[in-house]
Write a protein that binds this ligand. Structure first.
Ligand SMILES: [Zn+2]
Length: 229
């Protein structure tokens, strides 16, 4: 630990936030205290440090309800994985905050997905067990960049499908109040590719007309319209 405050970079950054950033946004934070938070988006993202949800979405305080874990994985709702914060976050976001969309965001060069092929240290028992949540996305091939990329995408769709097993998620999606979005962020390109259920593929946002239509066709739009083709 640094012995002098001036040498503690994190301490200096905390001071900088309060003295330089906060005054510019103080009213916004006060409003969020007075009126409470009303984020429209639950963002389920991988813990990877290179994935920065606020940069990708341009969101500010109060806009994203975020839960992150290794691999952006969603445990099954049947309770078979024991107590889990990601399940609690989904319940809270849907039932209390009444978010309008859930994004599952994976990314390129994901260490969690690579570990599904290469294994983890024996001591990492929780990690080994946790990664089983991506196992159905793993391909019967040797690990290579292409296989990992496809597995990253397949895992995102798998998690969207698992979200639909949450009763409150399915209910709100079918009622047209909630949409699910699968995103694959390609770090080296600065590009998010969104899952298009009708194409059965991830489409770069540069050429997509939407932010994702996972996981199923037909898909119920916000206005209740059902798209079938
Ligand atoms: Zn990752």
């Amino acid at each position: 630990m640094p012995s002098r405050a001036e040498d503690d970079e994190l301490l200096l950054r905390l001071r900088h936030f309060q003295s330089d950033y906060f005054p510019l946004h103080q009213q916004r934070f006060q409003d969020l205290v007075d009126q409470g938070q009303h984020p429209k988006t639950l963002f389920i993202g991988c813990s990877d440090s290179r994935l920065v949800p606020y940069l990708l979405t341009g969101a500010g305080p109060g806009e994203l309800f975020i839960v992150r874990n290794v691999g952006a994985l969603v445990p099954p709702y049947d309770g078979s994985r024991g107590l889990h914060g990601t399940m609690a976050a989904v319940e809270y976001a849907v039932l209390a905050l009444k978010v309008e969309r859930i994004i599952v965001c994976g990314h390129s060069h994901c260490g969690a997905i690579r570990a599904c092929y290469e294994g983890v240290p024996d001591e990492a028992r929780a990690l080994k067990s946790w990664l089983e949540l991506a196992q159905d996305a793993v391909l019967p091939v040797q690990a290579c960049p292409e296989a990992c990329r496809r597995t990253e995408e397949r895992s995102i769709v798998l998690q969207l499908e698992r979200l639909m097993e949450y009763p409150m998620v399915r209910r709100e999606v079918e009622a047209g109040h909630l949409t699910l979005h699968g995103w694959h962020y390609v770090i080296e390109d600065g590009a998010v590719h969104v899952f298009d259920a009708q194409q059965g593929a991830f489409v770069p946002v540069a050429s997509s007309t939407h932010t994702g239509t996972g996981p199923y066709v037909p898909y119920v739009e916000h206005d209740g319209q059902i798209l079938t083709d």
